[in-house]
Design a protein around this ligand. Sequence first.
Ligand code: UDP
Length: 237
Amino acid sequence: MKEKFLGVDVSNFTYDQLKENIITDIDENRKSFIVAINPEKILQAQRDESLLYLLNQATYQIPDGVGILIASRLNGGTIRERVTGIDMLLALCEQASLHDKSVFLYGAKPGVADEAKDRLREMYPELRIAGVLDGYVKDYEYIKETINEAKPDIIFVALGSPRQEHWIVDHMDELDVKVFQGVGGSFDVLSGKVKRAPGAFQKVGLEWLYRLIKEPWRIKRQIKLPTFLVKVWKSRK
Ligand code: UDP
């Protein structure tokens, strides 16, 4: 069910298994928390014990990044398919519209979640969107009230990492929500503010290259991949 990379758990479920499990979690009244794991977060967790603990507390740690697939092969594991944060969000919206569950969008700059909502409406006309809140509202009591009044089955939290994960763990018990997913910059992508790599790049696992060309500062993040793989290699038993 889970593989460990430098102390961090990653689930080896495919999209289909995740979709089924999460809808069952909702129906059986269980809370769940989805976090996207990439090599950068695993390295960060090596220096930050509270982050390591937090990531391992999630119900589903999805393998978001080719680095995780390579690491799984190095360890003799079975993770062969990337599950990205945004594709998981879309898969959950599709499931929500099929099973009459509602979603809430929380995070990103004012107006962006509204645009993401419009986009989701176009894609899934049947989807129930219980509410939208931008990520710069400061008054937590107001945020809590708004979410609890909307009572969504699923909330997508787009505050960036690891802020959104801390926020989820700190508040999930007091919020009337079943599924919590940290989705980073996904609303920016959905709203069209940030472009995702063309399908061809995604298919051959070169989304990182496209992002590097578009946002060269990413080299600082991407350079960490070899470090991660060397560490995983050394930690093999
Ligand atoms: N954000 C937010 N509130 C904050 C700080 C950030 O809603 O106080 C949003 C920001 O507008 C953006 C997202 O969080 O939509 C972070 O996106 P990024 O691509 O940096 O996410 P990551 O790379 O951490 O997944």
